[in-house]
Write a protein that binds this ligand. Structure first.
Ligand code: PHE
Length: 322
């Protein structure tokens, strides 16, 4: 009946109930198909009228089916495009600066505040810049102090940042006041204390009236800013081929739960007149001081890290702590 039919239409709420509707009315054994089939039993004279009525019924049912189908398909499509704003977002992880980079940034900022600019040189260096110009003669025993990665007879991975002093003095005229941060390489056995690669910050000040007292004053100002005003420090006489006189600076370090001790943090001294001559600066007219500090050990002290290798492991569990 028409009533049943309308009821069935109302029950079509999704594509699967639409399919039930199609099977019930329009499939090969469906009600509409059966009615069409029954036309053959109608007396001949009634066929045109009944035929037309059946045809109307068929068209009507099909048009309702098509209408519902396109409506339901559209609904399905737009529900697939629906964005659920209540779902938690997908967070993009962003990296953070490595603790060595953070330490370098901090050191650069302190020295910038003390009037130093920043200058950089290459990690692959000539033997000349790394040793010879810095007053290490070929047969000088001090040359054995550095276990060097040689690339060729004349080129090597720099063993310290001091060759950048040479580059700076060759390329610019004094007065010069700069720090020179970067990676350095040493062919040593890897252990908790030493790695084949680490970072240094070199410092150089060349002018007509530079004194050892100024060198000390600058380094004391630095350690106070970096480690804290109450840091304890001392200078010890030392030796470097490129400075005369030379010294090393220690700070007092007390690791948690362990006995305190003096720890060396940098080497320094007055630029040797031979070095100035090597770069064409008149040692009668100009004086300079220089210093060089290792970054890893300094950072390890500051952050309480006891194995240098962890700085190069790139373990996220470690890196994300800083
Ligand atoms: N280049 C020295 C080192 O690697 C440090 C240093 C730099 C000492 C400048 C004096 C002056 O140990």
């Amino acid at each position: 009946t028409k009533k049943n039919f309308d009821e069935d239409i109302k029950n079509v709420v999704d594509l699967s109930s639409l399919e039930d509707f199609r099977i019930k009315y329009l499939s090969r054994k469906g009600i509409v198909t059966q009615i069409i089939d029954s036309l053959k039993d109608v007396p001949k004279e009634d066929k045109p009228i009944i035929g037309r009525a059946i045809n109307e019924l068929k068209k009507y049912t099909f048009s309702i089916y098509e209408e519902l189908k396109s409506k339901l398909e559209n609904e399905k499509k737009s529900s697939e495009n629906f964005i659920d704003l209540t779902l938690p977002g997908r967070v993009k992880e962003i990296g953070s600066k490595h603790i060595i980079t953070q330490t370098l940034d901090e050191i650069k900022n302190i020295f910038k505040g003390l009037g130093f600019s920043v200058y950089e040189g290459p990690e692959l260096e000539s033997d000349y810049n790394n040793f010879e110009a810095l007053n290490f003669p070929d047969d000088h025993p001090a040359r054995d102090m550095q276990d060097t990665f040689f690339i060729t007879e004349k080129f090597l991975l720099r063993t310290h940042t001091s060759p950048v002093q040479i580059r700076l003095m060759q390329s610019k005229k004094p007065p010069l006041r700069a720090i020179m941060p970067g990676k350095v390489f040493r062919n040593e056995a890897v252990s908790a204390k030493s790695f084949c690669l680490f970072h240094q910050v070199e410092g150089l000040y060349v002018d007509t009236d530079v004194t050892f007292a100024e060198l000390k004053g600058t380094l004391v100002a630095f350690v106070k800013q970096f480690f804290g005003q109450d840091v304890q420090y001392r200078f010890r006489p030392s030796f470097f081929p490129f400075t005369e006189p030379s010294a090393e600076m220690d700070i007092w370090w007390e690791p948690k739960g362990k006995e305190g001790r003096w720890m060396e943090i940098l080497g320094c001294g007055m630029v040797d007149p031979n070095v100035l001559s090597n770069v064409g600066i008149d040692p009668e007219k100009f004086v300079g001081y220089a210093f060089g500090m290792g970054i890893e050990r300094t950072a390890m002290r500051k952050y309480g890290i006891d194995d240098i290798r962890i700085l190069f492991d790139n373990d996220k569990r470690f890196l994300t702590q800083f």
